[in-house]
Design a protein around this ligand. Sequence first.
Ligand code: NAP
Length: 309
Amino acid sequence: MACKLCGMTSENVAVKQKLAFIGTGIMGGPMAGHLVVGCHDVRVHNRTKARADALVAKGAQWAGTPAEASRGRDVVFLCVSDTPDVEQVLFGTDGVAAGAAPNTIVVDHSTISPASTREFARRLAAQGVTLLDAPVSGGDVGARNATLSIAVGGPTTAFEKVLPLLGLLGKTITHVGESGSGQLTKCVNQILVAVNNMAVCEALNFAVRSGLDPVKTLAVVGGGAAGSWQLTNLGPRMLAGDYKPGFTIDLQQKDLRLVAEMARDSKTPLLATALVQQLFTMAQSHGLGAQSTHALYEAVKGLSAVPSR
Ligand code: NAP
């Protein structure tokens, strides 16, 4: 009989895998949820247990530590904040490395340093565990709707093994190269996202200050060559002053720091990105760090002597 949720039948139940998901925050929570609904055997761990309660109610099993979550699992997913957090979850006391058996594949969906990713991959490989870096793009909406874009770095064989699972989380899943390439691709994504965010803020502020109806302006320019995901999704929220995250300015700054580090290594000037990074710092200094990235609009509005609203 086919499962009502995922369509899996008793004949193909052999494809059911033993999984773990560590880090069930804004992104990891819904992503882990798709794996549970996909009828896999999913263990979850989160530093703050309460943020995993909804997943346990859906059928996931709670694990008290990353090591316990990883023990006997085929694939261990992570989605935590920054590079030191991934290091802690992987190699800290009771970390993934203490629980995972050889042949386990670890899929890291966090956005972290490409260079550290390569080092983590080498350390895990020494015990027969494969690390794939698989940062995601598409925001909390993409996580909830399973429409994320996922750039994967690491061995092709491991990528092919986890591809059906990644298909439960996203729509555009691409193996982009060796270890660290996924994170580098995410850096490219963040340059585009940050600079485009700035363009939307500046254009809307100009429209409002010039006396145009901003809603009509958004509709017109969004339908033409200036259209973008940021304009369509974040523009109306800027106008409404709705800055609930989503993706926070603090996390965006973390990503721009990673971009700046990689650009320094490759001696690549990033003029517009550096400017946006400074404006985000301004927004942080106004207490907006925990708000969604489009609260940058407030910093841009504040550059004019008489704010537009
Ligand atoms: P979030 O809601 O703040 O979740 C962060 C998760 O990491 C939480 O589960 C948190 O545990 C855990 N964590 C942080 N430090 C830890 C540590 N030292 N040890 C163990 N667990 C730790 O953030 P998020 O928005 O889901 O972001 C997660 C990752 O996805 C980040 O790398 C972010 O850049 C990336 N990302 C986010 C978005 C987005 O739109 N939000 C989009 C694309 C990519 P607690 O619950 O205990 O705090």
